[in-house]
Design a binder for this molecule. Structure first.
Ligand code: PLP
Length: 431
């Protein structure tokens, strides 16, 4: 670089309206926010590779520092040495309820209302069946046509089995449909945060609208559990499900969870009645009697290694205030929205805090190629059809400087056209 170009850069950055000036201003803001960040120390609880800015924790959370040792212990001592005695000696039997309670503390559920296990897909199936049985005589499930697809597939399947009907109603129209047609609706089953746009739905308002119509509210918390406070008990939510591998950082394929409001537990009848949900599992009875408490939502033998990894991952939340997690998540996403605005890109994510989760969706016609180029430069996000670049911000391990740097790399890729290189046109199986 010549002396004169150095001068040009210096001159540019002193003009706040220039690209370099905007970037310099954003960097100064980020440094101040990082210096005042009460959660900055929590980043040390995660093992992140050097040279990577990880903005995909809304899809697979980063590795918490305590997990490798917890897994080593689970494999060598618990499985290898204690063998089957571990069910009692290491309380493997109690893991689903024990871990459920720890997740419950993060989502506003008192102990005894959450159980951990199986996949979100299975929990959705069971929860919709349970909801339909809690509202006999009402045969309609309201679901968002833009929901994460597995929710719709499972709703259609269980509705078919139980002779119910799934009505696909966009979330923005749900309150009106509940007012007009509420008598037939058993349950509304919506995603708390839209997986594509990052829009946060009005959980308290829609839950109240469902109740006013005599229906139940089932929320899929996949993109909110661990990302901000939810207050399920306080908002009278009936049922909720969520996954363990996104913001909770429980690892690939980590078990999911289900929440059942205390008032429904005694009557909650899941579709999948496995022996771990039985009142007397070691009585080996021929007929099914559900356990009296939330344990009735258990199914079969849980994947213990994954369970114990998730349990260790939850240590990352020790002493962490979910209100601070929310405040930081909004600051991170505010900053990223401003940075991509500087680049002239369109965001799908709502600007209003009350309608935003902890991710930002940016549109670009060459989203796949742009993301491939970003990942090549160590900025990891993902892509959803048709043209959405998704960036997730887990406040436990992302800092404000990461946000500005990620946006700088994005700007560079777009400005230089680097994403047009032929190698970025090759699409991977998983996007
Ligand atoms: C809203 C939502 N529900 C469910 C799932 C996935 O369910 P499962 O863990 O069973 O694959 C996802 C995955 O991204 C999701 O975003």
């Amino acid at each position: 670089m010549s002396d004169s170009s150095l001068n040009t850069v210096a001159d540019d950055s002193s003009d706040p309206r220039s690209t370099a000036g905007l970037a310099a201003g954003r960097s100064t803001t980020a440094a101040a926010l990082d210096a005042a960040d009460p959660l900055a120390h929590v980043r040390e609880r995660f093992l992140l590779p050097d040279g990577v800015i990880y903005l995909d924790g809304n899809s697979l959370g980063a590795l918490p520092a305590g997990v490798p040792e917890a897994l080593r212990d689970a494999v060598h001592r618990q499985w290898g040495t204690d063998l089957i005695r571990s069910w009692n000696a290491n309380d493997w039997w109690g893991a689903p309820a024990r871990i459920g309670d720890r997740i419950g503390a993060l989502i506003g559920a008192a102990p005894g209302r959450v159980v951990c296990g199986d996949s979100t897909s299975i929990q959705i199936f069971n929860a919709i069946a349970g909801a339909l049985r809690l509202r006999p005589g009402r045969g309609v499930v309201l679901a968002d046509p833009d929901s994460f697809p597995t929710d719709l597939y499972l709703a259609d399947s269980i509705a078919g089995l139980l002779g119910a009907e799934v009505r696909r109603v966009p979330v923005g129209e749900a309150a009106e449909v509940l007012r007009a047609d509420g008598d037939s609706i058993a349950v509304i089953a919506y995603n708390h945060v839209d997986y594509r746009s990052g829009e946060l739905r009005d959980l308290p308002g829609l839950t109240a609208a469902a109740h006013a119509a005599g229906a139940l509210a089932l929320w899929d918390l996949c993109h909110s559990a661990g990302a901000f406070p939810i207050d399920l008990d306080a908002h009278d939510v009936d049922l909720a499900v969520g996954c363990g591998y996104k913001y909770l950082s429980g690892g690939p394929g980590a078990p999911a969870f289900v929440y059942v409001a205390e008032r429904h537990i005694a009557a909650f009848e899941p579709a999948l009645t496995g022996w771990h949900g039985h009142a007397n599992p070691f009585g080996m009875e021929a007929g099914y009697t559900p356990a009296p408490g939330i344990e009735r939502a258990r199914i079969g033998t849980p994947p213990l290694l994954s369970m114990l990894a998730l349990e260790a991952a939850l240590d990352a939340y020790d002493g962490v205030s979910m209100a601070e997690v929310r405040a930081k998540g909004l600051a991170l996403t505010d900053l990223f929205i401003a940075c991509v605005g500087d680049l002239g890109l369109e965001t799908l994510t709502p600007i209003e805090h009350a309608r935003r989760g902890s991710q930002v969706a940016v549109r670009h016609p060459e989203a796949h190629a742009v993301m491939a180029a970003l990942i090549d430069r160590g900025v990891i996000g993902d892509v959803r059809p048709p043209d959405v670049l998704r960036f997730g911000f887990n406040p436990l391990y992302i800092g404000h400087a990461d946000v500005v740097e990620a946006a700088r790399v994005l700007g560079d890729i777009l400005e230089t056209g680097a994403y047009k290189e032929a190698r970025y046109a090759v699409r991977s199986t998983v996007t």
